[in-house]
Design a protein around this ligand. Structure first.
Ligand code: ASP
Length: 431
């Protein structure tokens, strides 16, 4: 019998999950999903999450230590960061362009706004509190860099949202291996290479459960979102449709036009590339977490896209933490939408402020569900828009999170492809 491709199985999981979720809502059996189905989704999510720290550490050490010299590491590092920041800027500009054209803020009626605001006021005060905690901890401009250096590697490794310190530690470990005479570190090198193989195999095994995992995640998400009334969900969808559309159009252009162009620039076939990354995109979509998706992203890049371990192990973990093009695009659209909905006119300098703060806020967002919305507070504060305005977008945020996470992860894979291509060209030239 012909084997069904993984992305077809995962897509079926998403589809059946959506249908099943809607049926449960229809028959008022939501609590069944929360009690019995959601835990299955959480088990799948936990399996992915548990891989994150060992994978980043082992893969990065084996990747960096396989570099021939320290200059290669510097070159890849500088290129990666430069391209990441450039694509994030492009994403924010694109978001601003679209939201200014569609101007969804004006489309909301005042009564509807009040209704939504009242409904979600409670949730928002919690989000705002979360955000002010985060802002307080990032109050100093240099704090981001201070926090990058771990004080205790076990402490950082025990928290999935603290990936940067682990990355820094693993990089120094790997660099130390490169500059130590080969005969002295050969044992460690072989150990890490073997560990890397085992980790990748573990991810393969976990992915066998992906269709079931996404089925459970999507169906329980629908139940949680709709409560026991489909009409409730549909009403909110309608009110915020235009705003969501602006975000979705922006994200689609980012993926299929901007990334598409980069893919072609990197000498890859457009459709083949997008077909190969589809399973990864589906996991990103279902988990709404770049960090949770990271194991799958790395696996696919190395096995499907022909990206070397030395490039993938550096570019992807760094990307999962700092490169969030989807999030930055969404933040710029959301900021302008909320300002518009509250009747505020934004000046050109306000829009320029959005560009800077959205780039920074997206870099500071952790790769976990909802992080982008928490950091949106920074963008709103910077242009003097009341943060309660987040109430307006709360209802659709969970859904948009799924799409922006997909874009965040796609961006990482596209940049990894570009870097690999430039490294390949360099090798050919040097031969
Ligand atoms: N969920 C997103 C991610 O993990 C971050 C966000 O909330 O925008 O990439």
């Amino acid at each position: 019998m012909k084997k069904i491709p993984l992305h077809v199985k995962i897509l079926s999981g998403i589809l059946f999950g959506a249908i099943f979720g809607l049926l449960l809502v229809y028959y008022s059996m939501g609590s069944f999903a929360i009690t019995w189905i959601k835990p299955i989704g959480l088990m799948f999510l936990n399996m992915l999450k548990v891989m994150a720290v060992p994978l980043v550490f082992i893969s990065l050490v084996s990747g960096v230590s396989s570099l021939r010299d320290i200059n290669t590491f510097k070159r890849i590092g500088v290129k990666t960061i430069a391209i990441y920041i450039t694509t994030t800027f492009v994403a924010v500009l694109l978001g601003l362009f679209i939201v200014n054209i569609i101007d969804p803020g004006k489309a909301l009626s005042a009564t509807k706004r009040e209704e939504i605001r009242a409904k979600y006021a409670e949730n928002v005060s919690k989000k705002t509190a979360d955000a002010s905690e985060q802002i307080k901890s990032k109050a100093h401009p240099m704090q981001f860099f201070v926090d990058m250096i771990p004080t205790n590697i076990f402490k950082s490794a025990s928290d999935n949202t603290q990936m940067l310190p682990v990355i820094v530690f693993a990089m120094i470990f790997g660099i130390a291996m490169v500059v130590t005479p080969v005969e002295k570190v050969n044992g460690v090198r072989i150990l890490f290479e073997s560990l890397n193989e085992v980790i990748l195999k573990m991810i393969d095994i976990i992915m066998e459960f992906a269709p079931l995992g996404v089925f459970a995640l999507i169906s329980s998400l629908i139940v949680e979102f709709a409560g026991d009334s489909i009409a409730n969900a549909i009403d909110l969808f309608k009110a915020l449709g235009l705003y969501s559309l602006s975000v979705l159009i922006g994200l689609a252009i980012m993926v299929y036009v901007i990334y598409g162009a980069i893919v072609i620039l990197a000498g890859k076939k457009y459709f083949t590339f997008f077909r190969k990354i589809l399973p990864v995109q589906m996991v990103a979509f279902s988990t709404s977490s770049s960090s949770a998706t990271l194991p799958v992203t790395m696996d696919a890049c190395e096995k499907e896209l022909g990206i070397s371990n030395e490039v993938a192990s550096f570019v992807l973990p760094v990307g999962a933490t700092v490169n969030m093009d989807g999030t930055s695009l969404y933040q710029s659209v959301a900021a302008v939408f909320i300002a518009g909905a509250m009747g505020m006119e934004l000046t050109l300098s306000d829009q320029a402020t959005i560009v800077i703060t959205a780039v920074l806020a997206s870099i500071g967002s952790a790769g976990v569900p909802g992080a982008g919305m928490v950091m949106l507070v920074i963008v709103l504060n910077s242009i003097g828009v009341p943060t309660e305005g987040i109430a307006l977008i709360f209802a659709v945020d969970r859904i948009l999170d799924m799409f922006r996470t997909t874009v965040n992860v796609t961006g990482d894979m596209v940049v990894a492809t570009l870097i690999q291509e430039s490294e390949n060209k360099r090798k050919v030239k040097n031969v």
